[in-house]
Design a protein around this ligand. Structure first.
Ligand SMILES: Cc1ncc(COP(=O)(O)O)c(C=O)c1O
Length: 321
């Protein structure tokens, strides 16, 4: 665990004046008591509103991060904020806040909501402008931080594994919109999700425009084949997942060779094991792809090791709030 900085201690004192913490396991939003960080301060969730002229709403012009809090420590906070900065740079979106300011606001959002474990959604919108596309009319980007809870999948999915399917909607070509930008425009992924759900699946593989596997709608994908861990290169159309990077480190810790290469659906169908990685999903086994059983149809032993190591890291590392 990283040592607390002076700034964080200052926030810890502020913490004393807030309401009694809610139990770590409750979903704050359903209680209607959540405080949302908006425009430099905290407001009740019912008051957490932005203008209909914000280009984040009008055009999906903005960026975001999904971050986890484990046992009062924000996991990979710096990595998320670095990716946010890269997304901002790619969109020529000038963020007027330092990384430290955003980091402090993120920790404070967790504290003020009494969270010990949770999921933080951090958004930067282009801000209010006129109805035209041009971002030049948007003078003030908005920083919004929502600290709440999330459970993407029930526990049984982690024990029994996920069945997934490849959908027709392709991951965007980097020349269209680099998929590495975590922008507020997720319609590409949402279409893929809808296609999967229409046929009864929770998650979907998205191919790139060359037909190689890119990633899933909100997760990166890994396979294990003959002792090798393989994941598509991010240039195949995948987001540079923070959890993906943790999995790369775990492969190294386990002494497993890891390669990043083009994967076809055939490679996934014939994998010994398959799992997905993402901040919300964490590490989740996949046991069936496009009606082909992966391995023996049960979460694999190597995937179980990844999951266990991930949970160890998640509770051991992080920025203390
Ligand atoms: C499209 C997509 N791919 C992969 C991921 C996983 O990335 P991370 O591990 O940073 O959450 C996400 C998560 O937001 C995503 O939206």
């Amino acid at each position: 665990m990283q040592p607390q900085t002076l700034v964080l201690r200052r926030f810890s004192l502020n913490w004393l004046s807030y309401e009694k913490p809610l139990k770590g396991g409750k979903i704050l939003s359903t209680l209607g008591r959540m405080k949302v960080y908006l425009n430099g301060g905290f407001v009740d969730e019912a008051e957490a509103k932005i203008s209909v002229f914000d280009h984040g709403l009008l055009y999906g012009d903005g960026i975001f991060e999904g971050i986890r809090l484990y046992d009062r420590c924000v996991f990979k906070l710096d990595e998320h904020l670095e990716r946010l900065e890269y997304s901002a740079k790619a969109l020529l979106l000038d963020m007027p806040w330092s990384r430290e300011t955003i980091s402090e606001a993120t920790c404070e959002s967790c504290r003020i909501n009494g969270l010990t474990d949770g999921y933080i959604r951090l958004l930067v919108t282009r801000g209010v402008g006129t109805l035209g596309l041009s971002p030049n009319t948007c003078k003030e980007p908005q920083l919004i931080i929502i600290a709440d809870k999330i459970q993407l999948y029930p526990d049984s999915f982690y024990e029994e594994g996920l069945k997934i399917i490849t959908v027709p909607t392709r991951r965007m070509n980097p020349a269209t919109l680099p998929p590495m930008i975590k922008s507020l425009n997720y319609v590409n992924n949402i279409l893929a999700k809808i296609e999967a759900q229409h046929v009864g699946y929770q998650e979907a593989i998205m191919l790139n425009d060359q037909g190689y596997v890119a990633e899933c709608t909100g997760d990166n994908i890994f396979i294990l084949h003959k002792g090798k861990v393989i994941t598509p290169k991010t240039s195949s159309g995948a987001l540079k997942g923070i959890t993906r990077q943790v999995a790369v480190e775990i492969a190294d810790d386990l002494g497993l060779p890891l390669v990043e290469e083009n994967l076809t659906r055939y490679d996934i169908w014939n994998a010994d094991e398959c799992f997905l990685t993402g901040t919300a999903a964490e590490i989740i086994p996949v046991v069936e792809v496009d009606a082909r059983v992966v391995g023996d149809g049960k979460p694999g032993p190597v995937t179980a090791q990844f999951l266990q190591r991930f949970r160890e890291k998640a509770t051991r590392e992080g920025t203390f709030i």
